[in-house]
Design a protein around this ligand. Sequence first.
Ligand SMILES: [Zn+2]
Length: 128
Amino acid sequence: MTQTDKFREALTKVQAALAAWRDGEPIVVDGTTLTLEEVKYCVVDTALESEEWAGKVARYVKEGGSRCLNCGEHDIEGDSVEIDAGAATQGVRCNVCGHYWVDEYTLTSVKDIEDSDGNPILTEKDDR
Ligand SMILES: [Zn+2]
């Protein structure tokens, strides 16, 4: 589950517990009864964690995916690249902390190429 998913899940649980609390029930999240103060800290902590993770992702992308998304070490290794229409993905693992994630690539441009006479390059085609 991603950090964003974790945050959304925690929020959903808290919202449900708070709805019950408004009806006069105790605030119960995952079987634990919480005070309103504890709920505030939970939500703030989870939000900060989610924000910290978003910062790591932004740094990783900015640096072209050259260091571990989690620990920042350079000893990372990519799986083979899977290409789909207009997009590609590559699983990457860190050999230091063991974190595994998937890089996502998007087709952004095309480089048109010509031969030395300025003509388009033609490949063999099927005569069907
Ligand atoms: Zn790492």
